[in-house]
Design a protein around this ligand. Structure first.
Ligand SMILES: NC(=O)c1ccc[n+]([C@@H]2O[C@H](COP(=O)([O-])OP(=O)(O)OC[C@H]3O[C@@H](n4cnc5c(N)ncnc54)[C@H](O)[C@@H]3O)[C@@H](O)[C@H]2O)c1
Length: 268
């Protein structure tokens, strides 16, 4: 029976809601984050929801902290069945304004954090014939203007997931990648970028989401159960992806208009 899950970035937002969704099925949760107060709150909520588990501080930039977490999963839970690489940060700014430090910071967390999570936990999921769920974004598929470093990091997460999907098929390790559009969480607390009013523009998009982090966690739960590889929780995200596949130029034209709009707003 599979009933042990590890979640990075579990102290807030989608990571917390994913932990709670599986906790309601009675799962054991290994909860990790750099936010220890958030983790303690999540563990309490997990127990109230019918699950149990433990917390461990883990910065996904540090491979030794991820391998230590994998060891803790082995000693405390006897292994792991599902790994959720969810921890992430927000960034924005036009390419000409983003510094190379902005790029390094974004790639180190949102892309290399997932690479390192997969590498540290692969031996455990191979042993349990378990699953890896990587949290990417619609940004990986649509490349919205004014967030190129985030787009590249998330596109990398999709490419990594596609690579693992084919490489690990024979070993019966399940791979899933999730591409949500914007939704309300604490993500903008981590925002880094050269243009402060772009933060306000992105915050408005998060607030406008028709679905919550809990809705998305529930959608992920059901899609993983059905064995779906690429999970697109928002209706409008699924529609946009269909158009992009059939007529990419239509999306590029729309994004170019959006870029001009964002540029003019930035000046005001
Ligand atoms: N909210 C959105 O609109 C949206 C849309 C698409 C994808 N996502 C993705 O969903 C995932 C979860 O984000 P969220 O919206 O729940 O935001 P959130 O800020 O509420 O949660 C992210 C968590 O990751 C943790 N974290 C940040 N850096 C870390 C690090 N180096 N090591 C370990 N933990 C770290 C934070 O402390 C936080 O608890 C992210 O990968 C994000 O990119 C979010």
């Amino acid at each position: 029976m599979q009933n042990r899950m590890m979640v990075t970035g579990a102290g807030s937002g989608l990571g917390r809601e994913i932990a709670l969704r599986w906790a309601r099925e009675g799962w054991q949760l290994a909860l990790s984050d750099v936010n220890e107060a958030g983790l303690a709150e999540t563990l309490k909520m997990v127990r109230d929801a019918g699950g149990d588990g433990f917390t461990q501080r883990c910065d996904v930039r540090d491979y030794s902290q991820l391998t230590a977490l994998a060891q803790a999963c082995e000693s405390k839970l006897g292994g792991i069945d599902v790994v959720v690489n969810n921890a992430g940060v927000a960034s924005g700014g036009f390419f000409e304004e983003l510094s190379l430090e902005d790029w390094d910071w974004q790639i180190a967390i949102n892309l290399m954090g997932v690479v390192k999570g997969c590498k540290a936990f692969l031996p455990l999921v191979q042993k349990s014939q378990g699953k890896i769920i990587n949290i990417a974004s619609m940004a990986a598929l649509m490349q919205a203007p004014g967030m190129s470093n985030y787009n590249v990091a998330k596109a990398g997460v999709v490419a990594l997931s596609e690579s693992l999907l084919v490489e690990l098929k024979q070993q019966e390790v399940g791979i899933h990648v999730v591409c949500p559009s914007f939704f309300q969480t604490n993500l903008m607390d981590s925002y880094r970028g050269p243009t402060p009013n772009m933060k306000a523009q992105i915050s408005k998009l998060l607030e406008a989401s028709p679905i919550s982090a809990a809705d998305i966690a529930d959608y992920i739960y059901r899609q993983v159960d059905e064995g779906v590889f690429m999970i697109l929780p928002h209706d409008e995200g699924r529609a946009a992806w269909k158009i992009k596949q059939q007529n990419p130029q239509a999306i590029y034209d729309e994004m170019a208009l959006l870029a001009e709009k964002k540029r003019s707003k930035r000046k005001t």
